[in-house]
Design a protein around this ligand. Structure first.
Ligand SMILES: Nc1ncnc2c1ncn2[C@@H]1O[C@H](COP(=O)(O)OP(=O)(O)OP(=O)(O)O)[C@@H](O)[C@H]1O
Ligand SMILES: [Mg+2]
Length: 458
């Protein structure tokens, strides 16, 4: 995106919220800061005093922060406006941005009918060269909003390497609810969309039968093709398609080991396997609380399948507190460590700190003896509700351990046999509830400390 496009988009946001357009001095400041210019140089160019430019800039950053819900300053205005403009374009069906969509991105889906009606879409033909930048047809109707995005640099580069260099055909991103699976997938789309002819996001929240899902996919791919093709794999072969299936845990059964399909949904497993093992030029990304059961086997024998266990954010999670207006910055890293850098948990705890301690992290940490869970409890419970009997036994046993566990030594006080215990640990790890560390060449396991605290206080 160039500065003119971002300026136009920003002006539209300001106009919608304030009824006023960005004035010429504000616009000049934005353009100059965009180019990395310092205030004293901008003052010279605009023929104003440096103090005046600083004052106007401060007000401008404050106004944009209020409108866009981000802490905007001179050093981050470019990256925030750029990513906001792109992500809002993906997620927004508002009339203000249709002009932008029409000239840049082809978007399908009922909610974006107006964009479609005003433009004849022209996806790259299937035979277009691999490395040529494409203008994809995108349908993100089912995707959630992405208001903020921090960090994840290394995970994003791993995913890009798998997709663009290794041509991985099936990727699973799994991890706890709220850890940021949808967020990272949206960011990924933003960064690699020009490599694809088609991008579609579908949610399995309503547990569609596989045939319903396939029909929806065919309708999407078929919109711009002269002749409909018989199967999804045919579309995957003839064009470069990126399909994101979100909320995949909905087709897995509760009270069983992780990643077992609900009765009547086993054909999804065959479909995933077919996508991993057939030759084509497309990629399917699954977002799930649990790793599907055949993925581990496919990964072992097939280079075209990969899975990423998404864990918490690093220290950049502090941006969450910055944005929420918490104080006592020197204590923020303690808070991030306590709640595992989990973005959703940190958002919830930050809201509690604002409500009960006027934003003081020091007060919160000094007043609370045990790990405070509060509004996290129902979220943690929703994960525990899905466990099988043997997983619950292993989990409760792990919650009594003070140290990381070497599973080659039998848990003498556990009711499970050794094979049952191993299977349960493996399954808990496939849900991201149990993690592994390598110490002196040995794998040691431990229960997520927030779940441990929850189980102990129950
Ligand atoms: N990298 C990030 N930077 C800032 N906020 C984030 C980040 N990742 C996630 N969040 C925030 O955390 C919340 C949960 O993120 P997200 O919806 O992506 O989680 P999820 O793993 O898809 O959860 P679920 O499995 O329940 O769908 C959102 O409010 C999102 O904005
Ligand atoms: Mg999600």
């Amino acid at each position: 995106m160039d500065i003119q496009e971002v300026l136009q988009w920003t002006d539209e946001q300001v106009f919608v919220k304030t009824g006023k357009h960005i004035d010429s001095l504000q616009s000049s400041i934005l353009k100059e800061v965009w180019e990395g210019e310092k205030y004293h140089k901008i003052a010279k160019k605009c023929n104003r005093s440096e103090d005046h430019i600083k004052q106007v800039s401060r007000k401008l950053w404050k106004m944009l922060s209020d409108i866009l819900g981000e802490h905007i300053k001179q050093s981050n205005v470019r990256s925030i406006l750029e990513s906001k403009a792109l992500s809002n374009i993906y997620n927004n069906n508002g009339a203000q941005i249709v002009g932008y969509i029409n000239s840049h991105i082809n978007i399908c889906g009922e909610k974006r009918q107006d964009a479609e009606d005003t433009e004849t879409r022209s996806p790259s033909p299937p035979e277009s060269p691999q490395n040529q930048a494409r203008s994809p047809i995108i349908d993100l109707t089912d995707a959630p909003e992405l208001p903020y995005f921090y960090d994840r640099t290394s995970e994003l580069s791993t995913l890009k390497q798998w997709i663009l260099q290794a041509h991985t055909r099936l990727i699973t991103i799994y991890g706890l609810s709220g850890i940021g699976k949808s967020a990272i997938a949206l960011k990924l789309i933003e960064q690699i969309q020009t490599e694809f002819d088609y991008i579609i996001w579908l949610s399995l929240t309503n547990t569609p039968a596989l045939s319903t899902l396939q029909t929806e996919l065919k309708q999407f791919f078929g919109r711009s093709q002269q002749l409909p093709l018989p199967t999804i794999i045919d579309y995957f072969r003839s064009s470069r398609c990126l399909v994101i299936l979100d909320d995949v845990q909905n087709i897995f059964s509760s009270s069983q080991l992780a990643g077992q399909y609900l009765a009547g949904y086993e054909d999804y497993g065959k479909f995933f396997k077919q996508i991993a093992t057939s030759s084509h030029q497309s990629c399917l990304i699954l977002l799930s609380w649990e790793k599907p059961k055949e993925i581990a086997n496919l990964e072992a024998e097939n280079l075209s399948t990969r899975s990423l266990h998404l864990k918490g954010l690093g220290q950049q999670a502090a941006e969450i507190f910055q944005q929420k207006g918490l104080v006592d910055e020197e204590k923020w890293s303690d808070l991030i460590a306590l709640y595992q850098g989990h973005p959703s948990w940190l958002n919830i705890i930050a809201a509690t700190i604002l409500e009960l301690f006027d934003g003081s992290v020091s007060l919160f940490l000094s007043e609370v003896n045990d790990l405070f869970l509060g509004d996290l409890e129902p979220i943690l419970e929703s994960h525990l509700e899905r466990l099988s009997g043997s997983e619950k036994k292993a989990l409760y046993w792990l919650a009594t351990q003070n140290e990381t566990v070497d599973i080659s030594r039998k848990a003498t006080d556990s009711e499970l046999s050794q094979p049952e215990f191993w299977q349960a640990i493996q399954s808990l790890a496939r849900r991201g509830l149990v993690e592994k560390v390598l110490v002196g060449g040995r794998s040691l396991f431990f229960l997520n400390p927030v779940f441990k605290a929850y189980i102990q206080c129950r």
